[in-house]
Write a protein that binds this ligand. Structure first.
Ligand code: HEC
Ligand code: HEC
Length: 246
């Protein structure tokens, strides 16, 4: 393709432009355009992770989020909106920044979460702290059909435990999300998007790990994950209401 372009437009300017763009010089290992190295540094994310958070301001920032994620942070069991309650602060910062930086397509949320709407790195640090510290998790998330849980359990043990942990608790230090007790339909959508590369800053080792999963495997493992219970101290009562947004 590149050769064809060059022979068609044999002017030196065109060749120079292509060479300067790196398309010729770069070897086959180079990431394709738009794709970044996972957790590459130098972004607003790094700044937000280092700032001292102010949970009180985080409460004010969170107000706009309640419209979709609900005051309790439970999202919707049909998976339209994920549960954010219980998520690690570091993961919330990473994902929120990926959305703000266009690494995750989220046209529904973006207008409400962009810098001109909620502010810069400090606002991100603050709202993440508020969510992680104040919101209790949904005791009844959306589950899958429940018909293939033995397979799901086995697949989970073989393919997921090393990063997401035996109980799906994730790892705050490594930006591995808590996935236990997340809505099944949301897990399905994100898993698919990570597999297809639609989430452009997703962990490449996970993409590799799941590349041969069939539809049956995917449904089985995520049904199993949605049913993994969160630690009791993180979970709210069925009638828990966030007192900050009554
Ligand atoms: C208009 C609705 C809407 C608003 C307002 C909104 N969100 Fe979201 N949010 C979404 C949707 C939809 C998704 C899932 C997008 C997807 O499927 O990739 C999401 C995803 C997320 C995620 C990623 C969760 C995960 O586990 O992958 C985080 C974190 C998040 N939102 C935080 C926030 C915060 C903080 C605010 C307020 C500043 C906010 N959202 C406001 C709709 C919204
Ligand atoms: C090498 C580590 C690793 C392995 C193995 C791995 N994951 Fe992940 N997973 C991650 C990371 C890191 C993310 C966050 C994606 C990102 O970087 O933005 C993630 C994200 C996810 C998400 C999206 C969560 C959200 O809230 O958006 C789901 C669902 C998920 N993983 C399920 C699984 C399942 C099921 C398996 C096993 C079949 C698995 N993962 C194996 C590291 C891993």
């Amino acid at each position: 393709m590149k050769r064809a372009v060059i022979s068609l437009f044999a002017g030196t300017a065109v060749i120079a432009a292509i060479a300067a763009s790196g398309a010729i010089a770069a070897g086959p290992e180079a990431p394709s355009s738009g794709k970044k190295v996972w957790m590459s540094t130098g972004s607003e994310r790094d700044e937000a992770l280092k700032l001292t958070p102010n949970a009180e301001n985080g409460k004010d920032v969170y107000e706009v989020c309640t419209a979709c994620h609900m005051p309790e942070g439970w999202g919707l069991t049909d998976g339209t909106f994920p549960q954010v309650a219980g998520q690690h602060r570091t993961v919330i910062i990473k994902q929120l920044e990926d959305i703000r930086e266009g690494n995750r397509d989220n046209p529904t949320m973006y207008p409400f979460a962009k810098p001109s709407e909620i502010g810069g790195a400090q606002a991100v640090a603050d709202v993440a702290e508020y969510i992680a510290r104040n919101l209790k998790m949904n005791p009844k998330p959306g589950y899958g059909p429940g018909t293939d849980l033995e397979l799901g359990k086995k697949l989970y043990a073989d393919n997921c435990v090393r990063c997401h942990g035996a109980g799906g608790e994730g790892d705050a230090e490594k930006y591995y999300p808590r996935i236990q007790a997340q809505h099944y339909a949301y897990l399905l959508r994100q898993y698919q998007w990570i597999k297809e590369g639609k989430r452009r800053n997703a962990n490449p080792d996970m993409v590799e790990q799941i590349k041969n999963f069939t539809d049956r495997d995917t449904q089985a493992v995520l049904d199993y994950v949605s049913r993994l219970p969160a630690p009791p101290d993180l979970v709210g009562a069925a009638d828990w209401k966030n007192p900050d947004f009554k």
